[in-house]
Write a protein that binds this ligand. Sequence first.
Ligand code: GLN
Length: 266
Amino acid sequence: MNETEQMLTAILNCRRDELHLNKLSLTQSQQHTFDTMKKRRKAGEPLQYILGNCDFMGTLLKVDPRVLIPRPETEILVEKIQIQWRARKVEPLHILDLGTGSGNIAIVLAKYFINASVTALDKSADAVALAEENARDHKLTERIRFICGDMQNFLNRQMNPDEKFDMIVSNPPYIRTKDMNTLPDDVKQEPVMALDGGADGLDFYRMIVSQAGDFLNPNGMIYFEIGDGQFPAVQRMFQDTNSFDNVAVIKDYRETERIISAQVSA
Ligand code: GLN
């Protein structure tokens, strides 16, 4: 669907094939809503914020300026986990999602692994509130525990003394601070907190990799989404700890290394 069709199907609550764009008739208030949407879009607001939702792997999630809009690249991360863990048959799976944002990764994994329990952390209370709403919409509140808190404090075990997980998943902020002002206009409307990964964009990978070993069960895995050109540095982080093997990478639709995974050493 193009953007106009997405706006109209949202306003009319109909499918694309019901639109008949050439003889479309809108009530006055629908026309007003449509005009407002177009105006907001022209002013550079991301389409998904205007619509109030987005599709992530076939799951409809509420999104607004409190959270990063889930990206198609992140679907590659979730697919990889689904394929690897469907085969492993560990039950119940314990999943830790660091920097959950809208809750997209946590929610889709909890839907897919029907016995999994997910812990999802975010520093932003606003993001956690929206992610909880999304979990409620999908009836997953009993299996997803949201924690509002700082990742470093969490990793220092200030929040959970001894829990272990089968996997840690994260799409952390990974844009270099000095690149923040070169982002496209619509991305600039997304939360800085969800994008800025520090001077070299790697702050969160360093933080997680250095402490993750202590959080993982035997055979446990880490899965990260990474930014352009960050693969060699993150791979080195895993190797330097001597606690991870089987570092693997997956490229995205533009042939850019986008997902990295590693397994905790036996
Ligand atoms: N993929 C986002 C972008 O290109 C960045 C998301 C992130 O920092 N994790 O803007």
